[in-house]
Write a protein that binds this ligand. Structure first.
Ligand code: NAP
Length: 303
């Protein structure tokens, strides 16, 4: 069984930052990633709020972070982690392909995945007009009318991006107040081809083989109408996926790993960093901060 000082689960911003700190402390880091490096931010077209960088795409940011970690000697392996055994100073990390890794400490940095709307036809129309990634799929709808659902930074950024690609963008949000940064909402309001559909929920997706429309229900009077769109971009937040770690950490009622700003979990030597843990502010900067905190704590634990 291969052994590393620290096994990090997740190659997003928190996980790759942790890998940099572990390697720079002269310890070995293995990053296990189920999908692809970068995490959620890789699909963000333009990051404007990371300190010290005025503008960078999520792809460029993640790729630089990945190169920084691997050039320092961190190993990144693509495998889905299915569980962690705690044997005191020895942890065993199991993966879906049957390979297990031995570690002195483990950092869980699994982030979160897109929350589905949970309405009829949503899953069967994924790839046929339903999408969770505007920068991945927006080009398929060049010149067409599309809808974005959500009121957070992702939805507002997606709508702005799509406004530059598509003919018209409807931004559907269940309230009239936004979680997204006010400056971004104002910028979106100034775009001619964006229509805000507020206090409204998506209640049906129409179309046989491909999306042809989205039914919205007005929350104030219960009326419904169909927006004639070719795509629905769902951007209603994330849900964590930490079930595999239940044996070594506590999860809160939403499934986040219970850990404070010190990134400590209930198991000595197991740490949680980034969006996967209980926290108030889930941002790129706080994910990076968590990676540094968790790695420093892991290195101290190994001593
Ligand atoms: P978010 O901030 O959690 O916002 C989710 C939005 O979806 C909210 O407006 C919410 O409405 C709505 N929503 C949730 N469940 C819904 C449902 N079942 N039906 C309809 N609407 C629903 O999610 P996010 O925009 O993906 O952002 C996640 C985190 O990443 C945030 O901390 C965000 O700031 C951060 N982020 C940062 C950047 C950046 O800094 N450049 C970019 C993207 C994301 P309510 O408001 O009514 O709850």
């Amino acid at each position: 069984m291969d052994r590393y000082d620290v096994v990090i689960v997740g190659a997003g911003t928190a996980g790759l930052t942790a890998a940099i700190y572990v390697q720079r402390a002269n310890r070995s880091a293995l990053v296990l990633e189920a999908k692809s490096y970068g995490g959620q931010i890789i699909n963000t077209p333009d990051i404007e709020n990371y300190p010290g960088i005025k503008h960078v795409s999520g792809f460029d940011f993640s790729t630089t972070l990945y190169e920084q970690a691997t050039e320092l000697g961190a190993k990144v392996t693509y495998a889905e982690v299915t569980g962690v055994d705690d044997e005191g100073s020895r942890k065993v990390v199991h993966t879906a392909d049957g390979t297990a890794y031995e570690a002195g400490a483990v950092i869980i940095a699994t982030g979160a995945r897109n929350r589905p709307l949970g309405i009829a036809r949503e899953q069967e129309l994924v790839g046929r007009g339903v999408s969770y990634c505007a920068t991945c799929d927006g080009m398929f709808f060049r010149g067409k009318d599309v809808a974005v659902n959500g009121g957070g930074n992702t939805a507002v950024e997606d709508a702005a991006y799509l406004a530059g690609v598509c003919n018209k963008v409807y931004l559907i949000h269940r309230r009239d107040q936004f979680r997204a940064d006010a400056a971004d909402v104002e910028r979106l309001r100034g775009m001619d081809n964006v229509e805000f559909v507020l206090n409204a929920t998506v209640t049906a997706i129409e179309g046989d083989e491909f999306v042809t429309g989205v039914q919205v229900t007005d929350k104030t009077d219960g009326s419904t109408r169909t927006l004639p769109v070719s795509a629905l971009f769902v951007a209603i937040g994330q849900v964590p996926d930490n079930v595999a770690f239940r044996g070594v950490v506590d999860l809160d009622e939403k499934g986040y790993v219970v850990a404070g700003e010190d990134c400590l979990t209930r198991t000595p030597g197991v740490f949680a960093a980034g969006d996967c843990r209980t926290k108030g502010v889930r941002q790129l900067a706080t994910a990076a901060g968590d990676g540094a905190v968790a790695a420093s704590a892991a290195v101290a634990y190994l001593r």
